[in-house]
Write a protein that binds this ligand. Sequence first.
Ligand SMILES: [Zn+2]
Length: 280
Amino acid sequence: MLARLRSAPQWTAAAAAFAVIAVAAVTTALVAPGSPAAAAHAGVPHLPGVPAGKDGGPSGRPTASGGSAHAPAHPAAPPVPDTIVHAAEISGPAVNITIDDGPDPVWTPKVLAVLRKHHVHAVFCMIGPQAAAHPDLVRQVVAEGHRLCDHTVHHDTGMDHKPFAYQKSEIMDALQMIETASGGARVSYYRAPGGAFTPASRALAAQHGMRPLGWNVDTKDFDRPGTQVIVNTVKSEIHNGPTILFHDGGGQRAQTVAALDQALTWIKGQGYAFSFPKVD
Ligand SMILES: [Zn+2]
């Protein structure tokens, strides 16, 4: 096909680019989802002997970096380490607040108001379609100094047991939706729903500038155990590590809003500073 095109009088650089893209698309379609070839084609190092499964623990397995024949789709975001981060960017006692499963038109503004009141910046792990449905909220989150995190399209906590091609679409489609909704802001982290990371999905996220993001304290606010129980979980588990998980999506979050307000007051009173999780 290329030889014939080259002899054609209408041959242009644009046509060449189109041909390359078309060939790449066909090649991608021919690669079986989840196969080592699929991982290699996607620029993700294949990791033999590493079982698929949740690896959201404190010490994410270091993996080889590089080896990609493909330029990242988002050149503005340089590759980052693919290990799961929990640590704060600043030294000394610090806490990273992370807010998952939004944006939500009712609860995200209330969470933002609490954060504003305490002068605290957080990471918002967003569901792609919700970001697409509420671009005003995504832009407000960015404008108020918070950071964005890709939390996939469908929040499938079993995605680590599904083919890599599925994991890739969950991550990359959500990234596209969040970036578009934000007006092009950087998405700095990727958090797998329920910690359903795999080595290949972490590598993919990292190639696109998104550091895999874990957590140390699950406030279990999602289950609405009561405001005081949520606050007490923060108090009793804060020694686990700096990254604390709350939710602004997934249901009625009045307890979260009240608990976050109290928890931030308590955390500050204990002498902790507020930070972001490390990206680089
Ligand atoms: Zn979630």
